[in-house]
Design a protein around this ligand. Structure first.
Ligand SMILES: *Cc1c(COP(=O)(O)O)cnc(C)c1O
Length: 381
């Protein structure tokens, strides 16, 4: 095995001109971040002038970024950089909850919220979503979930809201859910993996006590990198110092992102702040795109009108084509790729997610035209 390794040396990526993968749309680097990736690519590159605390490094200006800029951006008291949204959720759960406690989360929660809870030894009660096609999450659902945990003599130490969820792109009423949780003295963690860096999100305004974001998902960073914010009240526990290792924060295992991913997050940040201001245009574009897709016979699930660029479609017409098409259910991936479009998982036809984030109208016109042509070209003669 070890004498045939050349194939690892010059790996190329096969992606089309227009990528509509929701996972990737808002993680595309700015030119500045791409330059930072090269400049800071060496291992431990940020540690040249470190005095023991990653978040206090002055050169490069990590301290100003983490303690000055990010708290204002997120609307929270304290922020640290993590390896991603999931690591932030786990750190918060591990710090704030006792093994055997309940965490309450929405029925649309991301699998990483479930795994973070499992790793922290927590039980889960779900605030269930309404049925298809909207899959809505309500404060009432949280109240019922907390009550169910109490019926089991459980201690509810955290509520998590996915904002928006990664399936339908629904944005529930976070403020109402925070208020409901607070009525039970339960803090709310807002999972903004698909929000922070795309749209305006202010933890304070939404009533969130803890907030996590994903740099590689929504902040134009290479990652793995994320942000974890908390109010003073909860930051004390989450960012507590080691009892034996001076100045090291236990939940972060001392230092988190020790190189290039953090520098890409910083380098793209001015552009991220700017693009967040244009969020209403993104929503308008998504709504227009959704309406055009429906004209082609597909059906958008989740909130309508939609409030986010991530959208879930049912496409019975494409599924019917897949039953007889050459290559079967892979026809859609192939036909889109031939037209310069990627980002829908190979093999999916009947339902899929996509994102319009950061794409120009002309690019989205091309996507719509491609869907139209594909449907037309497979029409039985
Ligand atoms: C992508 C995603 C995550 C995971 O983000 P990481 O930064 O990779 O940990 C968590 N929650 C939601 C809702 C997501 O969409």
């Amino acid at each position: 095995m070890l004498d045939n390794l050349e194939k690892f040396c010059n790996l190329k990526r096969d992606i089309a001109e227009i990528n509509i993968d929701p996972l990737q749309r808002a993680g595309i680097l700015t030119p500045e971040a791409r330059a930072a990736l090269l400049e800071w690519g060496d291992g431990y590159s940020v540690c040249d002038f470190c005095a023991g605390r990653l978040d206090l490094i002055k050169t490069p200006p990590i301290e100003e970024f983490v303690h000055g800029v990010l708290p204002e951006f997120l609307g929270t008291d304290e922020v640290r950089v993590t390896h991603g949204a999931r690591e932030g959720k786990f750190a918060a759960m591990h710090a704030l909850c006792e093994k055997g406690d309940f965490v309450v989360m929405d029925g649309n929660a991301h699998y990483t919220t479930v795994l973070a809870a499992e790793r922290a030894g927590l039980k889960i009660e779900y605030a269930s979503s309404s049925k298809e096609p909207d899959y809505a999450i309500s404060a009432e659902g949280y109240i019922q979930a907390i009550e169910r945990a109490y019926e089991q003599k459980g201690n509810v130490s955290l509520a998590v809201l996915t904002y928006p969820d990664g399936n339908y792109g629904n944005l529930p009423d976070a403020r109402a859910i925070a208020d409901a949780a607070h009525d039970y003295s339960v803090p709310l963690l807002l999972n903004g993996a698909y929000a922070i860096g795309r749209m305006p999100v202010n933890a304070r305004d939404l009533g969130a006590d803890i907030i996590v974001g994903s740099g590689h998902k929504s902040m134009a960073a290479s990652g793995p990198v994320g942000v974890l914010g908390a109010t003073e009240e909860y930051a004390k526990a989450i960012f507590r110092l080691s009892s034996t290792k001076k100045n090291k924060e236990v939940e972060l295992l001392g230092c988190t992102v020790r190189g290039a991913p953090l520098l890409t997050l910083m380098a793209s940040f001015p552009a991220v702040v700017e693009r967040v201001r244009h969020w209403p245009e993104e929503v308008e574009k998504a709504r227009w795109f959704s309406a055009e897709m429906e004209k082609l016979g597909m059906s958008q699930q989740g909130e309508r009108p939609h409030n986010h660029d991530l959208m879930f479609f049912l496409a019975e017409n494409l599924y019917q084509i897949s039953l007889t098409a050459k290559k079967g259910r892979y026809f859609l991936y192939r036909d889109l790729k031939e037209r310069g479009i990627c980002g829908i998982k190979p093999g999916l036809t009947r339902q899929f997610k996509l994102s319009t984030y950061g794409l120009a109208r002309e690019e989205l016109e091309k996507v719509l035209q491609a869907f139209g042509e594909i449907i037309e070209s497979h029409r039985p003669a």
